[in-house]
Ligand binder design. Structure first.
Ligand code: SF4
Length: 63
């Protein structure tokens, strides 16, 4: 079963760690100052788990 990765943008502090770790899945919205998940992202990429573990706001989730 494939999971989907989500960012709780209310919690995101805009540190850009996830974007640096996993640019194929996460992008940064400069206007909002928040990260978001790319439309066609593959949530099963290994770097997603790395980004989840590295997010200081713990606001990246898989469901
Ligand atoms: S690592 Fe977490 S807090 Fe930092 S930009 Fe990504 S989602 Fe936001």
């Amino acid at each position: 079963m494939s999971e989907k990765v989500k960012i709780d943008q209310d919690e995101c502090i805009g540190c850009e760690a996830c974007v640096e770790i996993c640019p194929s899945v996460f992008s940064f919205d400069d206007d909002e100052g928040k990260a978001y998940v790319n439309e066609a992202a593959d949530s099963n990429e290994d770097c997603v788990d790395e980004a989840i573990a590295s997010c200081p706001a713990e606001c990246i989730h898989k469901e």
